[in-house]
Ligand binder design. Structure first.
Ligand SMILES: Nc1nc2c(ncn2[C@@H]2O[C@H](COP(=O)(O)OP(=O)(O)O)[C@@H](O)[C@H]2O)c(=O)[nH]1
Ligand SMILES: Nc1ncnc2c1ncn2[C@@H]1O[C@H](COP(=O)(O)OP(=O)(O)O)[C@@H](O)[C@H]1O
Length: 211
């Protein structure tokens, strides 16, 4: 009886379950999560990662990423400021404890956009998120989308395509992801994402409107 009370109390204090979105670069993670955050702005909050890569046109420091040097990033890692960090396509990326805490303090569902190394490392923590994989319909479509996005040099594009092949295999490992969404038609993929999160969205709306 008391145990159940305390379990509930602590899980309420920890806030709603976070959501991890993972999948190959170019699969459509940012597109889907931006749409989700726009439609449900009082429900979701983005975990702003740190990265050593340069900002792309239109990206904003502190909103899309915290853009830092390798030295600053390494210092943060050494200080124990990060929940997880990884090297991807020649750059460092990482989720700071503060990034997740900032969102959870607002009672929002924290969304993390992380690569497969991040997924592996988050699984070793007590964050307990819902794991969602966003996959492209094929390698050919992925390559076309990445080229059309015009954000990558040829070298960076090739690195991303190589990592994508590994990621696609990883996503097939049983038990890694709770939901796998193939982002072929954007409307369909978004509908699937919404459906996967409907219960969590309902809970957060209920809590945040009653408090
Ligand atoms: N492990 C980890 N991966 C991250 C983090 N932030 C972003 N990523 C991943 O890094 C990869 C590259 O991200 P980015 O440079 O923004 O390129 P894009 O995915 O092609 O838009 C993607 O797979 C992201 O999911 C992080 O904090 N930790
Ligand atoms: N279903 C889709 N159909 C066509 N183009 C898409 C679709 N989803 C995303 N895109 C486009 O593909 C590119 C890669 O998507 P993006 O969201 O940047 O991927 P990620 O964040 O996974 O790297 C972007 O230019 C985006 O506009």
């Amino acid at each position: 009886m008391y145990m159940r009370f305390f379990t509930r109390l602590f899980s309420a204090m920890a806030g709603p379950r976070p959501v991890v979105l993972s999948g190959p670069s170019g699969a459509g993670k940012s597109t889907l999560l931006k749409r989700l955050m726009k439609e449900y702005d009082s429900v979701f909050g983005f975990s702003v990662s740190h990265t050593t890569r340069n900002p792309r046109p239109g990206e904003e420091n502190g909103r899309d990423y915290h853009y830092v040097t390798r030295e600053v990033m390494q210092q943060g890692i050494d200080n124990g400021d990060f929940i997880e960090n990884a090297e991807f396509s020649g750059n460092m990326y990482g989720t700071s404890k503060a990034a997740v805490q900032d969102v959870q303090a607002k009672n929002l569902i924290c969304i993390l956009d992380i690569d497969m190394q991040g997924v592996r490392n988050i699984k070793k923590t007590d964050l307990n998120p819902i794991y969602i994989s966003i996959q492209p319909p094929s390698m050919a479509v992925l390559e076309k989308r990445l080229r059309d996005r015009k954000t990558e040099s040829e070298e960076s594009l090739q690195k991303r395509l190589h990592a994508a092949r590994v990621d696609i295999e990883f996503s097939k490992e049983p038990g890694v992801f709770d939901v796998i969404i193939v982002n072929d038609n954007l409307e369909d993929a978004y509908g699937q994402l919404q459906k996967a999160l409907l219960e969590e969205i309902g809970q957060v709306k209920k809590i945040n409107t009653s408090s």
